[in-house]
Design a protein around this ligand. Sequence first.
Ligand code: KG4
Ligand code: ZN
Length: 319
Amino acid sequence: MNVLGIETSCDETSAAVVKDGRGILSNVTASSLEDHKKYGGVIPEIASRRQLEFISAVVEEALDRAGVSLEKIDAVAVTNQPGLIGSLLVGISFARALSFARNKPLAEVDHIKAHVYAAFLSEEQPKLPAIGLVVSGGHTNLYLVQGPLEFKLLGQTLDDAAGEAFDKVARILGLGYPGGPAIDRLAAKTSPTALSFRCANLTGTFDFSFSGIKTAVFYHQQKKQDQDDCSTPEAAYAFQKSVVDVLTKKCLEACQKLKTKTLLVGGGVAGNSALRKNLRDIAQEHGIRVYLPSMSLCTDNAAMIAGLGYHVLRKNLLY
Ligand code: KG4
Ligand code: ZN
């Protein structure tokens, strides 16, 4: 079964063809990121206009690269939430029109669950139940995953998402937008110092909080600037370490408490090199199988939408 996936929830316009929920035949993504950089964040009005400009060409390219004509597409899947409303509307309208005009079943898919589903696009299928962590620009959610469509929320951020904290701290440190990759790169070149920041632990829960650490970096940086002392790399390193430590610790605790040896990680922050290393280290130490999708499957992409869409369609007996 070939599913055409469409993802337009933010500044990426993505289309993919995925076979039987697993085999990625194509995954094409255009982005309006460059247009947003000068504003320090995504401008919804610009994002939705770019979605409109990109959508047809991106879908055509995805079909081309897959070597599959529209006739050979069995169903369409599209992100329906959460996201920027104008951007979502472009993808949903396009997918609904295509489904209606070509008489193809349509699955509307949750973007956050699709980030977890990215782990199922790997060669080896994850053994379930698993712990699923989504760390993106808008969400930090920890789930018990019992099936591709069976999710139980264990905890979430009470304020900023992990990616949002990376973006805001990068702005405080003058590193530009998007902040995650900039902090990741700088921290990788920096040696640890005595400087440290602490993330709220929220002990006894699987919840997170990242707004306190952002404020701590802000006051630290202000003090340093007043003293004309630039410690940006050290601050980036210490901030990242604290965020990575708390994410890793809660994943391990969740695996232990819910007695599972499988960990699925998705979302843009899952591309962070320090987080990937830490997760691999604890996984090895505790005999856990951790699934860390490639970077193009961590950030917003339509392959995860087509993959999860396949299961939605099967569940609803649409094929
Ligand atoms: O999943 P995603 O592409 O879009 C949303 O659904 O939000 O995630 C985007 C977020 C941004 O906040 C970005 O700064 C962060 O992921 N990000 C990273 C890295 N690459 C992207 N954060 C930390 N380290 C990275 N290497
Ligand atoms: Zn996302």
